[in-house]
Design a protein around this ligand. Structure first.
Ligand code: 5GP
Length: 192
């Protein structure tokens, strides 16, 4: 996706240990025009998948998620992150290790929002090791629903998430794919 790639080139900041900071348009300040284009792009990619819900994780997945849900004309659910839980009866809970925060969170979704037989599109801002996407997929499957696809805004292709998700049988579509962040430089897949 050309517009997104340009944003990453112009505004992305490469931090140590393979982390890309994009807080001027995705992770803190958010660019609504870019989010609208992201929603349209995911709609085009997943239009044939008969999606009934979009599922993401708070907080940075919410903006691309809601624009995708708007384009697909379905609701968005965002999984909540919490450290420990008291009441677990009416919620699905999965453990997810956070790559950037280096801690494990429990993510939760209320059971009433995913029904058996639904076709759920998972959307997230980044794909690294696949922890967040797998956690969301396990919630969908706990509900007896199907993962219709996984839409990622920025994929770090030098980390194993994509391959692990493909091996598990999921369809993964990433709007930009980064091959390397070495020497503080962003190199996209397909560029040398
Ligand atoms: P994964 O669960 O695939 O290991 O990592 C994806 C999650 O970690 C995303 O939800 C995102 O919040 C965060 N993340 C992973 N890598 C990066 C990165 O390079 N930059 C930013 N801003 N977030 C990242």
């Amino acid at each position: 996706m050309k517009l997104l790639k340009q944003k990453v080139i112009n505004e992305g900041i490469v931090l140590a240990k393979g982390v890309l900071k994009v807080d001027s348009f995705l992770n803190h300040q958010m660019d609504p025009f870019l989010m609208r284009e992201i929603g349209r792009e995911f709609k085009a990619l997943f239009a044939e998948e008969k999606i009934t819900k979009v599922l993401t994780i708070e907080s940075s997945g919410i903006a691309p998620g809601i624009m995708t849900a708007l384009e697909l004309e379905v609701p968005l659910i965002f999984a909540r992150k919490q450290k420990s839980l008291t009441l677990t009866e009416d919620i699905y809970v999965e453990k997810v290790y956070s790559f950037t925060k280096r801690e494990t969170n429990e993510i939760t979704v209320s059971k009433k929002f995913i029904a058996p037989g639904e076709r759920v599109l998972i959307v997230d801002d980044f794909l690294a090791n696949g922890e967040a996407a797998f956690g969301l997929a396990r919630i969908v499957e706990q509900a007896g629903a199907a993962v219709a696809g996984i839409g990622i805004v920025i994929e770090k292709s030098f980390q194993p998430g994509r391959d692990l998700l493909l091996k598990a049988g999921y369809r993964v579509e990433s709007l930009v794919r980064i091959a390397s962040l070495e020497d503080e430089r962003v190199v996209f897949v397909g560029e040398v």
